[in-house]
Design a protein around this ligand. Structure first.
Ligand SMILES: Cc1ncc(C[n+]2csc(CCOP(=O)(O)OP(=O)(O)O)c2C)c(N)n1
Ligand SMILES: CC(=O)[C@@H](O)[C@H](O)COP(=O)(O)O
Ligand SMILES: [Mg+2]
Length: 642
C-alpha cells in the first residue's frame, strides 16, 4: 500500500540527501520519519516501539557519519526501520517482512548500508570491533565503526566479550548504548540497575560534569596547557572515573548519559566523538515507542503489535468465524503453573522472553519460582543445570533459534552430566516474518545427536501437556520438547495429564500403499491430506512419531515390514532431522523402502507467512497430497502394466 511521505523526507533517499539540510531541519525530518514508520507499520505489521525510540539517533548518525564508508552496526536490528528508510529503501518499506519484500532486519545482501546481518542480539560490538581492526590493517584509520546496542542486548555474555576485547585494542570503535530500560519485557538484572543508577545519580553526573568543565577551561589556556590537561585527565580517569564507571574500568571513554531524543545535540556529539580515537561509549537515554502515546505507555505490547489503527491505537484482531485453539506458548505457560502447583521441585527459566513464551503466566502466579535471566541463553542453560544438580526440575524455555547460542551448555553442562533439565523450545520450525535468523529449523538435528537427550514434539496441545508431565519425572535426564509458533488444534485442550511412554509413537490411521511418518504439529497437515485423499479412494497410513529420540523401534519394524513407500514430514531441516533418523534406522536394520523426506531443504528460508513458507518448502497439506498421489499413481501404473 502506498503511504504518503512528509515533504522533507520525500527528498531523502540516501544519507547524502540528508546532509543538504541544516541542523535546524533535523527535528522536522525526525518527525516525518517517525510518522512514516507509524503509517507503514500500522498497516503492515512488524516491530514498532524500538524503531520509534531511535528515530533521532538514526537521523543524527547518518547526518554526522559518512555512511556507508563509516560502518554502522545495529544490534538485533529490530530498531533499524528508520535506517532502512534513510538508506534507499523508503519505496520498498511497505514490503517489510512480506514474502519477496525487504527483510525486517539489516542484511548485508540487501544494502551496502547494512554492514552486518542481524536478528539475534548482542553481536554488534564484536562485529564492529572486527571491522575496526580490519580497517586498521588496511590503513583506513579515518573510518568510524559504530555499534548501536540496547540495554537489553547489553546483558548478554557476547556483548561483554566484545567490550572486554575492544578495551585493549585501541581501535576506532564507538558503542552507542541505547538505554530505554526495556528489553521486550522490562529489562532485568544488576546491569540494568547499574545503568539506571548512573542515569539518575546526581552526584556521579555532577562530579563528571565538573571534571569535564575544569578540564575544558584549562585547555583554553593554550597548546601547552592542553598537554597537561591530557595528563590530568588520564590520571583522573585512571582513578576516580574508572572506579565509578563500569565502562571506564574496561578502558572505554564513557560519555553521557545524554538525551537520545535531542537530535541536534546527538549529531554534534557524534561529530565530536569522531575526533577521539580508541574505544568510546555514548550512553543515550531514550523512550521505547517515543511519539506514539500508547506505545510509550505499554512498551511490551507495542514491541511488535501487529496491525493497528494509527488514530485510535486499536490493535486489529484477525476475524475468525469460530473460536481459535490456544497458542502452544499459552498451553506451555498454563501447564507450567499446574505442574508446579503439584510438584514443588519445578522452576521455570526464560532468557528475556517471558511474554513471547508465556512464562509470564507462571511469573505472575508464583514469582519466586520463575526466572527471567535477561538475554543470556548460555547462562539460562547452565543456571538450569546448577538447579538440577540440587534436585530441582528446571523447565528452561528458549526459542529454538536462540537456543543455538547455548549449544555447548546443553552438551557440556546438561547432557554429559545427564541432568534432569527440560528444554521447552518454542518457535520450532518456520517462524514466519522474522525470516532466516529466527526459523527454528535445526533443533531436531542438533538435539538428536546428543547422547542422553530425549527429543519429542507434540502434535497438539494435549500432547504438549502430557510431554511436559512426562518430562518432570525424576531421573529422566535431559528432555527436549519442541513446538511451533502459533495456535494448536484443540479448543478443549485442558485434559487430565497422562504419562507417555518415552520413545513410543502412535498410529493415527492404518492404510495401504504408503506410510506417512510425522513429527509434531505438521502431523495435522498429514491428517488433512489423508482426509482429502480418502475421498478420492487413496488410503495412506499415518503414524505420529512423537519422539525423534529414542525412536519407536517396534513401530518402525512393523512399518518397514509392511510398507515399501514411506513419507516423512517434519517442520525442521532435512539434513540430520527426523527423516534422516528414519533412513538411519532403515539402513541399520537392512530394510529396503522408498523413503521421501519432506521438510526444510538445505538452504536458508527467507521471511513470509508461515503457510507461504510451508508451501515453498513443500510440506503443507497440498505438498503431501501431491507426493502421495505420485506414489499411488505409480503403483496403479505398475499394477496395470503387470
Ligand atoms: C539471542 C537473542 N535472544 C533473544 C532475542 C529476542 N529479542 C529481540 S529484541 C529483544 C529485546 C532487546 O532489548 P534492547 O536491546 O534493549 O532493545 P530495545 O527493544 O529496547 O530497543 C529480545 C529479547 C534475540 N533477538 N536474540
Ligand atoms: C526481534 C526479535 O527477536 C523478537 O522481537 C522476535 O521478533 C519475537 O518473535 P515472536 O513474534 O515470534 O515472539
Ligand atoms: Mg532496551
Amino acid at each position: 500500500m502506498e503511504v504518503k511521505t512528509g515533504p522533507l523526507l520525500a527528498t531523502i533517499n540516501y544519507p547524502a540527501d540528508l546532509k543538504q539540510y541544516s541542523e535546524q531541519d533535523l527535528e522536522q525530518i525526525c518527525q516525518e520519519l517517525r510518522q512514516y514508520i507509524i503509517d507503514v507499520v500500522s498497516v503492515n505489521g512488524g516491530h514498532f516501539g524500538a524503531s520509534l525510540g531511535v528515530v533521532e539517533l538514526t537521523v543524527a548518525l547518518h547526518y554526522a557519519l559518512n555512511t556507508p564508508y563509516d560502518k554502522l552496526v545495529w544490534d538485533v536490528g529490530h530498531q533499524a526501520y528508520g535506517h532502512k528508510i534513510l538508506t534507499g529503501r523508503r519505496a520498498q518499506f511497505h514490503t517489510n517482512r512480506i514474502i519477496n519484500g525487504i527483510s525486517g532486519f539489516p542484511k548485508i545482501s540487501e544494502s551496502e548500508y547494512d554492514t552486518f546481518g542481524v536478528g539475534h542480539s548482542s553481536t554488534s560490538i564484536s562485529a564492529a570491533l572486527g571491522m575496526a581492526v580490519a580497517s586498521h590493517y588496511k590503513g583506513e584509520n579515518d573510518r568510524q565503526h559504530v555499534a548501536v546496542i540496547g540495554d537489553g542486548a547489553m546483558t548478554a555474555g557476547l556483548a561483554f566479550e566484545g567490550l572486554n576485547h575492544a578495551g585493549i585494542e585501541n581501535s576506532n570503535v564507538l558503542v552507542i548504548l541505547n538505554d530505554n530500560c526495556m528489553s521486550i519485557d522490562p529489562n532485568v538484572g544488576a546491569l540494568k540497575e547499574y545503568l539506571t543508577s548512573i542515569t539518575t545519580s546526581k552526584s556521579y553526573n555532577r562530579f563528571r560534569d565538573d571534571v569535564s568543565h575544569v578540564l575544558s577551561k584549562l585547555s583554553e589556556l593554550g597548546p601547552n596547557a592542553h598537554k597537561y590537561v591530557k595528563k590530568i585527565e588520564k590520571s583522573i580517569k585512571g582513578t576516580l572515573l574508572k572506579q565509578s564507571n563500569l565502562f571506564e574500568a574496561l578502558n572505554f571513554r564513557y560519555f553521557g548519559p545524554v538525551d537520545g531524543h535531542d537530535v541536534k545535540r546527538l549529531a554534534a556529539i557524534i561529530k565530536d566523538l569522531k575526533d577521539i580515537p580508541g574505544p568510546k561509549l555514548l550512553h543515550c537515554v531514550t523512550v521505547k515507542g517515543k511519539g506514539f502515546a500508547l506505545a510509550e505507555k505499554d512498551q511490551t505490547k507495542w514491541h511488535a503489535p501487529g496491525l493497528f489503527d494509527k488514530i485510535t491505537g486499536e490493535i486489529k484482531k484477525s476475524i475468525q468465524d469460530k473460536p481459535q485453539p490456544p497458542k502452544y506458548q499459552d498451553v506451555f505457560g498454563h501447564t507450567m503453573v499446574e505442574l508446579a502447583e503439584a510438584n514443588a521441585k519445578i522452576v521455570g527459566i526464560t532468557p528475556a522472553m517471558p511474554s513471547g513464551c508465556s512464562l509470564n503466566i507462571m511469573m505472575k502466579a508464583m514469582p519466586e519460582r520463575a526466572f527471567d535471566v535477561g538475554i543470556a541463553e548460555q547462562h539460562a542453560v547452565t543456571f538450569s543445570a546448577g538447579l538440577a544438580t540440587q534436585g530441582l526440575v528446571p523447565f528452561c524455555n528458549i526459542y529454538s533459534s536462540f537456543m543455538q547460542r547455548a549449544y555447548d551448555q546443553v552438551i557440556h553442562d546438561v547432557a554429559i552430566q545427564n541432568l534432569n533439565v527440560v528444554f521447552c523450545l518454542d518457535r520450532a520450525g518456520l517462524a514466519g516474518a522474522d525470516g532466516a535468523t529466527h526459523h527454528g529449523a535445526y533443533d531436531l538435528a542438533y538435539m538428536r545427536c546428543i547422547p542422553n537427550m530425549v527429543v519429542a514434539s507434540p502434535m497438539n496441545e494435549e500432547e504438549l501437556r502430557n510431554l511436559m508431565y512426562t518430562a518432570q519425572q525424576e531421573n529422566i535426564g535431559p528432555f527436549t520438547i519442541r513446538y511451533p509458533r502459533g495456535n494448536g488444534v484443540m479448543p478443549d485442550w485442558k485434559r487430565p495429564f497422562k504419562a507417555l511412554e518415552i520413545g513410543k509413537g502412535r498410529k493415527i490411521c492404518d492404510g495401504e500403499d504408503v506410510a506417512i511418518l510425522s513429527i509434531g504439529h505438521v502431523g495435522n497437515f498429514a491428517v488433512e491430506a489423508c482426509q482429502e485423499l480418502n475421498s478420492e479412494g487413496i488410503f495412506p497410513a499415518h503414524f505420529d512419531m512423537r519422539f525423534v529420540k529414542p525412536l519407536d523401534a517396534a513401530m518402525l519394524h512393523d512399518i518397514f515390514t509392511r510398507f515399501k513407500n514411506i513419507i516423512t514430514i517434519e517442520d525442521g531441516c532435512l539434513q540430520g532431522g527426523m527423516g534422516s533418523a528414519i533412513i538411519e534406522f532403515m539402513a541399520d536394520h537392512q530394510y529396503q523402502a522408498n523413503v521421501v523426506r519432506l521438510g526444510i531443504p538445505d538452504e536458508f528460508i527467507e521471511h513470509g507467512e508461515q503457510p507461504e513458507l510451508w508451501s515453498i518448502c513443500g510440506y503443507d497439506k497440498n505438498a503431501i497430497i501431491t507426493e502421495i498421489k505420485k506414489i499411488a499413481v505409480s503403483r496403479t501404473t505398475k499394477t496395470i502394466a503387470s
